[in-house]
Design a protein around this ligand. Sequence first.
Ligand code: SF4
Length: 104
Amino acid sequence: MSKQISSGRRRLLQGVLALIPIGAFAQSPGKRVEESEPQAQGLGYKRDASKADKAKFKNFRPGETCAGCRFYKGAAGETWGPCEIFGNRLVNANGWCSAWMKKT
Ligand code: SF4
């Protein structure tokens, strides 16, 4: 059996790839959460916890960061990691939002 892709199959594959909307990749789990997004704004997410709106989000406590949150699934030492609250998209290990809960 030949390992080369026939020109017909190649054309079919190119056609299928052309039909996949760019937006399908934009919401992939690997994409970083932007502070400007509605969900991020609603939860007061900041990439830098020191920039959290302490007047609006009174549950903020100094020292709380995404790295210490139970919803953060990033590896220790990594700058960015998946957050369950944001559909496993990436948040900064030094970030914070009002859904913060201590990692147990
Ligand atoms: Fe960070 Fe936790 Fe908020 Fe996710 S839920 S953004 S890990 S503080």
